[in-house]
Design a protein around this ligand. Structure first.
Ligand SMILES: [Fe+2]
Ligand SMILES: [Fe+2]
Length: 142
């Protein structure tokens, strides 16, 4: 039975692969457009489902409220960079610079979740909650 950490990590892995693939493309090409659309879709859907089925239940706990607020604030930060990317020419140096900023922010965020937040959450949630949240998260992502 999968728990919430397994399913969140699946998306994190997908995000890392898409970020690397995207940074290997050049100019305003179809490959760049497609990888960017997939990355944006994954980041947006993941953040939404993660806030609902991971951070929202944790925000109830005194031990986990600070990390939950921090994690959600980072989602907003990432959204802002995506908005800037949306209105920047894909073949420009400015786009590449923004894309590198996005990668830096996303990688930092994923590491913080996996290396710190999941440990704290592991102490707050019980086994059944971890499995129920995984099912709810997957249902929303589908
Ligand atoms: Fe995440
Ligand atoms: Fe996140």
């Amino acid at each position: 039975m999968k728990n919430i950490f397994d399913v969140l990590k699946d998306s994190h892995e997908k995000q890392r692969i898409l970020l690397d693939a995207l940074l290997q493309t050049s100019g305003d090409t179809q490959a760049r457009q497609e990888f960017y659309a997939s990355l944006k879709d994954e980041l947006t859907k993941h953040a939404r489902a993660e806030e609902r089925h991971f951070y929202a239940p944790l925000i109830e706990s005194d031990q986990a409220i600070d990390m939950s607020r921090h994690g959600i604030a980072e989602h907003h930060d990432i959204d802002k960079v995506l908005e800037q990317l949306d209105c920047t020419d894909m073949s420009s140096a400015a786009w590449l610079k923004l894309m590198k900023t996005l990668k830096h922010k996303v990688i930092h965020h994923l590491e913080e979740e996996e290396q710190r937040f999941f440990q704290s959450a592991g102490r707050v949630l019980d086994t059944e909650q971890k499995q129920t949240l995984a099912r709810q998260y997957e249902k929303e992502m589908a």
